[in-house]
Design a protein around this ligand. Structure first.
Ligand code: F0G
Length: 350
């Protein structure tokens, strides 16, 4: 029987006793070997994709929401609120629906991928478009929750991290130990912080070891690489279009403590990796989710990372279906033919 993260790992999570067992059977996502892609990146190492796009609402956020909304529900909160570049919104909306709560989600106007906006609406959230950035929306959420009894479910909420660290446990359980490197995209910086908490906890409990962390931002939204907030972040990877990461300090600390680092890659590198992963391994992820792998590729290519003989896990945080337009816009429209065999023959002969 499938189990959600609270049932599988609840005993390892620091959650209040009143937390209710909320679940959509999130987690237990596959760790998929990616041998062809590893070869393309230079070979000599083993690469797995932790495919978090296979969670119930299509992103890793479901782990954190099971915990954070389960906690809010258990203490009698009626309304959950968050700022979001899209995935957090869809996930909060779904888990709130399941708990019989209302969700209010603030999104940057015009900068949220179609599948995420549709998800938030479909699950019945009150969607508010902010004429500003994610960072503006998060500031509003922080300020309003100081005035009103709304449950804030962004990753400032510690229970979000408790839920999300279960992905680190799963990776160790699947491999028998931690990998040598973990690469993943960084936006608001909650996920890299949660992974590091999870790996450290498992290591102290089971001696599973710790990976080095390669956190990857988009070049137009890379506050942790340039060392100061970005007022107007821009990237095709709208999920990580964030200039003032709430958990930035912790993310930098986690990367440094692990012996790893946080780097940036261009939008072109992100889109090229999105294509490569889909076309060489059959794994379609949204642009932000290809950033971790794009960073790995860039570091190997530049000779800054020697992964020979090592085990590398790339976290692919969200499903490709979240943002179909980014693909259809870039590709030539499919050819059209009249319904005649000769026309089909002509195309196949070309
Ligand atoms: N990948 C995807 C697909 C995301 O949606 C996000 C964050 C990240 C990576 C980065 O994770 O913020 O913990 O560093 N999305 C948030 C949202 C901001 O609102 O959905 P992070």
């Amino acid at each position: 029987m499938a189990k959600g993260i609270l049932e599988r790992y609840g005993h390892l999570l620091e959650l209040p006793a009143h937390t209710r067992p909320l679940t959509l059977l999130e987690g237990d996502t596959p760790l998929i070997p990616a041998p062809r892609l590893a070869e393309t990146l230079g070979g000599g190492f083993t690469l797995w994709i932790k495919y978090e796009g296979l969670n119930p609402t299509g992103s890793f956020k479901d782990r954190g929401m099971a915990a954070a909304i389960g906690e809010a529900w258990g203490r009698g909160a009626r309304v959950a609120i968050c700022a979001s570049t899209g995935n957090t919104a869809a996930s909060a909306a779904a888990y709130a629906a399941r708990a019989g709560m209302k969700a209010v989600v603030l999104i940057p106007q015009g900068k949220v991928a179609a599948g995420k906006l549709a998800g938030a609406l479909a699950y019945g959230a009150q969607v508010v478009q902010v004429l500003g950035s994610f960072d503006d929306a998060l500031r509003l959420v922080v300020e309003i929750t100081q005035r009103r009894p709304l449950a804030l479910v962004n990753s400032i909420n510690p229970y979000r991290l408790e839920g999300q660290k279960t992905a680190a446990f799963e990776i160790c359980d699947a491999l028998g130990e931690a990998p040598d490197w973990l690469c993943l995209p960084v936006g608001n910086a909650g996920n890299i912080t949660a992974y590091w908490m999870g790996f450290k906890q498992y290591d102290s409990l089971k001696g599973s070891g710790r990976p080095r962390l390669l956190g990857v931002q988009a070049a137009g939204a890379a506050p942790l690489v340039v060392g100061h907030p970005i007022e107007h972040p821009e990237t095709v990877a709208t999920a990580i279009r964030i200039g003032r990461p709430a958990r930035g300090e912790q993310a930098l600390q986690a990367a440094a403590e692990s012996g790893g680092r946080i780097i940036a890659v261009s939008d072109e590198e992100i889109l090229a990796m999105q294509r490569l992963l889909a076309q060489q391994e059959g794994i379609w992820v949204e642009p932000a989710s290809a950033a971790g792998l794009a960073g790995l590729a860039a570091e190997i290519r530049a000779g800054r990372l020697d992964v020979r003989g090592q085990r590398v896990v790339a976290v692919c945080t969200g499903h490709g279906l979240k943002d179909p337009q980014i693909v259809t816009q870039q590709m030539p429209a499919p050819l059209q033919i009249p319904p005649h065999l000769e026309a089909l023959e002509e195309i196949l002969a070309a």
